[in-house]
Design a protein around this ligand. Structure first.
Ligand SMILES: [Zn+2]
Length: 441
């Protein structure tokens, strides 16, 4: 038994379901999802107006900003918000305590940290009721995935439950309060996968949630080792889910993948419905889509205002993310905007002396053409050199290595020299994510 995990589970259960509006919000969201477009727009207008008035009255940063822009928070149309400037991460860091509401003292709030893939992570103060509302939105997504509050879920995400140096013993922990089986993602490798699969069966877990790259890797190893894990749903978030990842996860676990986009800033949520389409949730916040430059036609920058965190509202926040809209409507019966694809933060690229750049998605295409390789990571240590590290599966042969080397060399220019190295672990970020490309430039 892992007492830390159990204690945290009990606290989470109280904070997420019994100290605020969780059950009320859950019933509300169950109804709002089928409202006509006009009523959803009315809800957005009311939520936004209340948030703006609250921000003007209790937050010095927004009070000054609205005065400076002669902005009346009593809006009659959501479009009026466009009179305010777009808020960047830098603006928030500079605002410091001035962006916090005087109505929510620190002891009535919790702190969330943004991912920090680039620069300093933001500290987001959240009032308790916004934590419960957030949980209600998450659980509605899980409803769409066919999971009830009684279903148990395994997690492969950033939670650290044991020392990364621990090699033996239990590499997972079960939280009976939240019904969560936490698998130590820092120990995900072929040697430990059998233990994870056995834990999933032992605890009668029916779904898996976490980073797509981790769940994909787990699925690949399960398939390679012949571990039979059958699930009702896989829920992925925090990284871009590639089509080949989705296909492998669905095949191995015999279930659908439900992907969702959100962030610690909690300004915009995009969820996959039962029909496999991404939808922007209108009750969560106001999502403004700003067209990208001409050569990226159909792509939009996500600028968003979350409705629910009144301790530290972010109004017109630049998420740094980009999406592509879909012109198709969805037959799930919800009047929510449909999205074709979400391109998360573009991340690290491979660069060349002549100034070429190769994106992680592109490199993923190249690396996945090879056979019997579980995971690849490309480390750029000089502008003219990369080290390609890879974890082979049990069927890997010298011919596979030759093919892999050929593919990489075929797709990259000769101005980049390439070395290959077999490994049994890849470099992870502080929050436990695996990036295909690691730049040490
Ligand atoms: Zn739908």
């Amino acid at each position: 038994m892992n007492f830390n995990v159990i204690t945290k589970g009990a606290v989470n259960l109280a904070l997420k379901r019994y100290m605020g509006p969780f059950w009320f919000r859950r019933r509300w969201l169950n109804k709002t999802q089928y409202l006509p477009k006009e009523q959803l727009e009315q809800i957005q207008l009311e939520c936004l107006r209340k948030l703006l008035v609250h921000s003007y009255k209790t937050i010095p940063f927004y009070h000054d900003l609205m005065n400076q822009y002669h902005f009346n928070p009593e809006i009659k149309d959501v479009k009026e918000i466009e009179k305010l400037p777009i808020l960047t991460k830098k603006n928030i860091l500079e605002a410091g305590e001035k962006i916090l509401s005087s109505k929510y003292p620190k002891f009535t709030s919790s702190i969330g940290l943004t991912g920090g893939t680039t620069g300093t992570p933001l500290r987001i103060q959240r009032n308790f009721s916004s934590v419960e509302t957030e949980h209600a939105f998450v659980r509605r997504q899980w409803d769409w995935a066919g999971l009830s509050l009684k279903d148990r879920t395994a997690f492969l995400s950033g939670r650290r439950i044991i020392s990364p140096d621990q090699e033996t013993g239990k590499l997972y922990a079960y939280d009976p309060f939240m019904k969560e089986l936490i698998l130590s993602n820092y120990h995900l490798c072929p040697q430990n996968v059998r233990q994870f699969a056995e834990a999933i069966i032992k605890y009668k877990v029916s779904s898996i949630a976490g980073y797509p790259s981790s769940i994909f890797y787990f699925a690949q190893i399960c398939e390679d080792l012949g571990c039979q894990v059958k699930l009702k749903a896989a829920l992925t978030t925090s990284e871009t889910l590639a089509d080949y990842m989705r296909a492998t996860i669905e095949r191995v676990f015999g279930c659908k993948v439900f992907d969702f986009y959100g962030a610690a800033e909690r300004v915009c949520y995009i969820f996959t419905c039962e029909h496999g389409n991404y939808h922007i949730l209108p009750e969560y916040g106001l999502t403004e889509l700003i067209p990208q430059s001409d050569h990226m036609a159909g792509s939009y920058k996500i600028i968003a205002t979350g409705f629910w965190n009144w301790a530290m509202p972010l109004i017109r926040y630049d998420t740094g993310d980009v999406l592509e809209l879909s012109d198709k409507s969805c037959s799930c019966g919800r009047n929510f905007q449909t999205v074709k694809r979400i391109n998360g933060r573009t991340g690290t690229f491979i660069q060349t002396p002549s100034g070429k750049k190769y994106s992680p998605t592109l490199m993923a295409r190249v690396s996945k053409m090879s056979h019997n390789i579980l995971q690849v990571q490309i480390i750029q240590d000089r502008i003219d050199h990369i080290l390609v590290t890879y974890i082979p599966n049990s069927k890997f042969t010298q011919d596979d290595l030759k093919e892999f080397q050929k593919n990489m060399r075929d797709y990259l220019p000769s101005e980049l020299s390439i070395d290959f190295k077999e490994t049994d672990s890849v470099i992870k970020t502080e929050s436990g994510k695996t990036n295909l490309i690691v730049s040490q430039l």
